[in-house]
Design a protein around this ligand. Structure first.
Ligand SMILES: [Fe+2]
Ligand SMILES: [Fe+2]
Length: 355
């Protein structure tokens, strides 16, 4: 089936991809004793806004970070989504001043919103990254500020939140807070056990949100730097998800800063969602019902010139310029990934193994 999907994807000429295959969830839920997802639920997802009140623009559009987040909040309000998920990296590097601005903007959302931390949302272990004029937050500061937005009073950095009688979100955090080099992650044993327990006991369809990915994308698995985009123990996390695959609506991750990517793995749909603060500057809206999961990734409403500036910022980045012409072209396609920008996964049967 993966081959079929790939072939179909290659044949698509429009930006809309329709996969007419059975997703193990949510359609399997119809055949099971889980609570039924009633009507449509629309989830907006914002990822990697990297708010930086003193930012300059390059690969990350730092100068635009507060305006960009405000724009997305306004658009999600106009689009009247039911809930908003924020998939981490809210800040440049764990600054109090940026945190307060990000929180203030997100509080403008009319829909309830839920947050997980990314690897830029606490005091950096590498103190050379700390800047004059800023003060720095601890992990517990972040969880306290966003108390009621997923985080509870336990002090835990992971959480489980009921959205509706038929839908739950589990937020996980595999960030390595003492790591000075790189941007990798590893999900602690405590959270593996928590995930297993939550899935075991959930009567709802579940969205799992975690900043680091649980899969490699593109060539990421071939280099040390590329592997930092996913959790070191992602296979162990996936094994837990696979044991409860009939309850998993989908898994959503940020951190990679590319256009939306999607793939099935062992019945489970995995989504990598774009950053609003780097090219191609998009956010995501998922629509779930009993029949399907649909997604769109609208771009921020900026001028073509500004979008070009963000593209230029990407193309000036070291790792981009190091490529030859073919490598740069492939990299740009990977970053834009137009073929999966919008899509729909429909359910036609009771959940046959799609693999
Ligand atoms: Fe990021
Ligand atoms: Fe990140």
């Amino acid at each position: 089936m993966i081959d079929k999907i790939s072939r179909r994807s290659l044949l698509q000429t429009s930006a809309t991809m329709i996969i007419s295959t059975c997703l193990s969830s949510p359609c399997q839920l119809l055949a099971r004793s889980l609570n039924i997802l009633k009507g449509k639920t629309r989830l907006g997802v914002i990822s990697d806004p990297h708010v930086n009140i003193q930012g300059s623009s390059g690969w990350l559009m730092g100068q635009f970070s507060t305006t960009g987040l405000q724009m997305v909040v306004e658009e999600l309000n106009i689009k009247n989504v039911d809930f908003v998920l924020v998939a981490g990296d809210l800040l440049a590097d764990g600054e109090w001043e940026n945190l307060l601005v990000a929180k203030d903007i997100l509080d403008g959302l009319r829909a309830p919103y839920f947050v997980i931390s990314g690897n830029h949302d606490y005091r950096p272990a590498d103190t050379s990254r700390m800047r004059k004029g800023f003060s720095y937050i601890s992990t517990t500061d972040f969880a306290k500020i966003f108390s009621g937005h997923g985080y509870g009073s336990s002090g835990n950095i992971f959480w489980s939140q009921e959205l509706t009688s038929g839908l739950r979100v589990i937020g996980l955090d595999g960030c390595l807070r003492e790591e000075k080099i790189g941007w990798g992650g590893n999900l602690p044993a405590e959270q593996l056990a928590y995930l297993e327990d939550q899935l075991q006991n959930s009567l709802q369809q579940v969205v799992v949100m975690v900043h680091h990915s649980l899969l490699h994308w593109g060539d990421d698995g071939r280099s040390r730097r590329g592997r930092w985009y996913s959790l070191e123990n992602s296979a162990a996390v996936r094994r837990i998800l696979e044991r409860h695959h009939e309850k998993i609506a989908f898994v959503v991750s940020g951190h990679r800063h590319v256009g939306l990517h999607f793939q099935f793995r062992q019945h489970i749909p995995y989504f990598l969602v774009p950053s609003i603060n780097s090219y191609p500057m998009r956010y995501t809206i998922f629509e779930l019902d009993q029949e399907a999961v649909q997604w769109t990734t609208p771009g921020l409403r900026v001028t073509p010139e500004f979008h070009g500036l963000a593209k230029n910022g990407l193309q000036q980045a070291d790792w981009y310029r190091e490529q030859d012409d073919l490598g740069r072209r492939r990299l740009l396609e990977f970053y834009e990934n137009s073929i999966q920008r919008n899509g729909r996964i429909s359910c036609q049967s009771g959940g046959d193994d799609p693999v």
